[in-house]
Design a protein around this ligand. Structure first.
Ligand code: MRU
Length: 373
């Protein structure tokens, strides 16, 4: 997608030195558009844990580049497999909810394992990371095309009037390599002249909505309005939301969806107000081994200080952090929640649109039928 008219993806290899991975450092957006160079697997671990990169598909790609850096910097006098197992375990512990991390690490380790010598292992790890990026980009493009069909139809029913779409967190290109999942259909619709406006949940405590979604929609010229997280229900009751589209960090084989905390409450409001609630996801986000999201999906618990403090730009143009709660109060910070499949109107995937249930998902991905326990 474009930033100030120039095309960017979220992660890439330095063209002058392919031992360096470059990321857009999302911690400083929307105030500073800066890059960070990453040279070691430990630096990649920190970038994922501290959310310099975030969003399920991007976390997966970043982890694959982490494995590449681990191979590149390995001590070749010692057992490589053992070193990679340690690196993989560390990367995996950085963010537990998004299944993309596990999928990407498995894919990369297998690619490396199949090669006979050290040099070819380096090349295999690099190719695996680049392949994950290529596939994610293509999947997001297809999600955009598939979701566009839904938006077109809703716009037709509304007689071409402005379509109001509510989203939570950031499931745009910043969360992926390019295009995004939930936002890809929005960009495709906007680019084709369909009138769309996005209600952007601010998404406390990290504010991915007000900081990232608002920024990337603005860069692309999509009309949008940032709202406090608790506003969605009121807007829905007053006919101001036509549809909800969110992303996913892990979708179970029966269609339960883990996404940024607060997504579940939006799904409840949408159901109560007869508003379609769509989840856009690449199949890299499906956990075919799980069939009960609430019982099985690990929910990341982050530092309570993310709730106790908030960061932003001061009137003096400094990025500052201020405390929000009494020094004697405790805070709690669950990063995700699970929306049960029954509240999801449909899943928008790269293969097409399907109901959020085991049968429809396995019809769309017949090759995974045997994986469903
Ligand atoms: O904590 P984050 O910012 O990594 O959470 C991201 C989300 O919850 C996104 O909605 C999700 O990863 C969808 S990805 C396109």
């Amino acid at each position: 997608m474009n930033v100030n008219g120039k095309h960017y993806e979220t992660i890439w290899l330095d063209p002058a030195n392919d031992r360096v991975v470059v990321i857009i450092d999302q911690r400083y957006l929307p105030f500073r558009f800066t890059f960070k160079e990453i040279r070691t697997v430990d630096e990649m671990f920190n970038a994922i844990r501290d959310m310099a990169v975030r969003g399920a598909p991007l976390i997966g790609a970043a982890a694959a580049f982490g494995i590449y850096l681990a191979v590149l910097n390995a001590d070749i006098t010692q057992n490589l497999d053992k070193q990679l197992q340690i690196s993989a375990g560390k990367l995996l512990s950085s963010r537990p909810t998004a299944i993309n991390l596990q999928h990407a690490i498995d894919f990369s380790l297998e690619a490396v394992h199949n090669e006979p010598d050290y040099q070819s292992k380096i090349l295999a790890a690099k190719s695996a990371a680049l392949e994950i990026c290529r596939v994610d980009k293509e999947n997001c493009r297809r999600i955009g095309e598939n979701g566009l069909g839904i938006i077109k139809e809703m716009s037709r029913i509304k007689g071409g009037e402005m379509l109001n779409i509510l989203t939570h967190c950031n499931a745009g290109w910043l969360a992926c390599i390019d295009y995004g999942t939930a936002l890809a259909p929005v960009y495709f619709a906007h680019d084709r002249g369909i009138k769309v406006h996005v209600w952007v949940d601010e998404t406390r405590p990290r504010n991915q909505g007000s900081r990232l979604t608002a920024w990337e929609l603005g860069q692309h010229g999509v009309p949008h309005t940032v709202i406090p997280d608790n506003t969605g229900g009121h807007l829905m009751q007053h006919g101001l939301v036509d549809m909800v589209i969110v992303g996913s960090d892990r979708t179970t084989a029966n269609g339960d969806v883990a996404n940024k905390v607060g997504t579940y409450l939006k799904a409840l409001s949408a159901m109560d107000n007869n508003i379609p609630f769509y989840v856009a996801l690449s199949s890299s986000t499906i956990d075919w081994d799980m069939t009960d999201g609430i019982a099985q999906i690990p929910i990341e618990e982050r530092d309570p200080d993310e709730v106790a403090y908030i960061g932003g730009l001061s009137t003096k143009q400094h990025i500052e952090r201020v405390r929000l709660i009494p020094v004697t109060s405790h805070a709690m910070n669950f990063a995700f929640d699970v929306t049960p499949a029954r509240l999801v109107t449909a899943l928008i995937t790269e293969r097409g649109i399907c109901k959020a249930n085991r049968q429809s998902l396995s019809e769309l991905f017949p090759e995974r039928q045997s994986d469903i326990t």
